[in-house]
Design a protein around this ligand. Sequence first.
Ligand code: PMV
Length: 347
Amino acid sequence: QPVESGSFKWQSPSNIALVKYWGKKKHQIPANPSVSFTLDHCKTLTQLDFQKKKPGSDFDFDIFFEGSKKEDFKPKINTFFKRIERYCPFLKEYSLQIHSENTFPHSSGIASSASGMSALALCLMSIEKKLNPNISAEFFIKKASFLSRLGSGSACRSIEGELVVWGKHQEIKGSSDFFGIPYPNHVHTNFKNYQDTILLVDKGRKEVSSSVGHNLMHGHPFAEARFKQAGRNLADLNSVLAEGNLEEFIKIVENEALSLHSMMMSSMPYFILMKPDTLEIINKIWDFRRQSSLPVCFTLDAGANVHVLYPEKDKYEIFEFIKNELVAYCENGQYICDQVGSGAIQL
Ligand code: PMV
């Protein structure tokens, strides 16, 4: 039956990769599998209002971010709509108004593309469900992840929690290059409510976008070795997660963060996204870990900010250390306390 108008609202979280996605093939197919923790507090809230219109040749939409109209967000969304049009044929039949806000400071250097694209994809799936009420909950979630991937690769890992795998891997049943799935194997309670304190070292815009970075993996002299390494790290992580082996977990996670950045430093053109304070923090974490034997480690995204990861059971001691020794390196003393979360929610 025809649907004239309506409105849907979703909140979707950001995620932090343990095994990193860096390098892609055509159609946003990842060059290697990756796995991430879904976050809990860093989220995008998106409301999509839609109204039937005469089918036209262009997409008809406006985007508002935290209350103000954003012309500069339109090209990215337009590219996204073009990519998904064949999977969402209703797109050109409606005028769309997208209202988004983030729960984290927008100029924080925290990428909002994962939370933002997944929230929008979920709103579009709600329209699809309205038009075709028979689609199953499983199809809804998988297709939302599939569409998110076409917006921003890592966004496909933001729909569900708590650990999500994206990219085909032999040892992970059901894994796919086309969408993320909840990590299906056993996870030890050591990883329950794992903590992520995000230290905002540099809140400026990234000098090199991740899409440029992914492209520089084509023809990169170390690309093939890197893709193999990611696959191996994910296989190793399987037993580490099952056994709750924090020592090995730390080794894999830090190795992945530094491998990601070493790919950036050895591409042509080369670039460095870490800042001096990123390295100061890493060294402080290593010193503290040596002295205290507490299982705290770091990971990095495509930027200078540091994600400090640690188990819930050690959270008071480790947070004291973070406050006393690491916050001084944050821009304006800013940081975000987050932890593993369970995925997107319809509001
Ligand atoms: O989703 P993109 O294209 O912005 O790429 C993100 C890549 C990293 O954040 C650096 C790693 C990852 O797996 O999330």
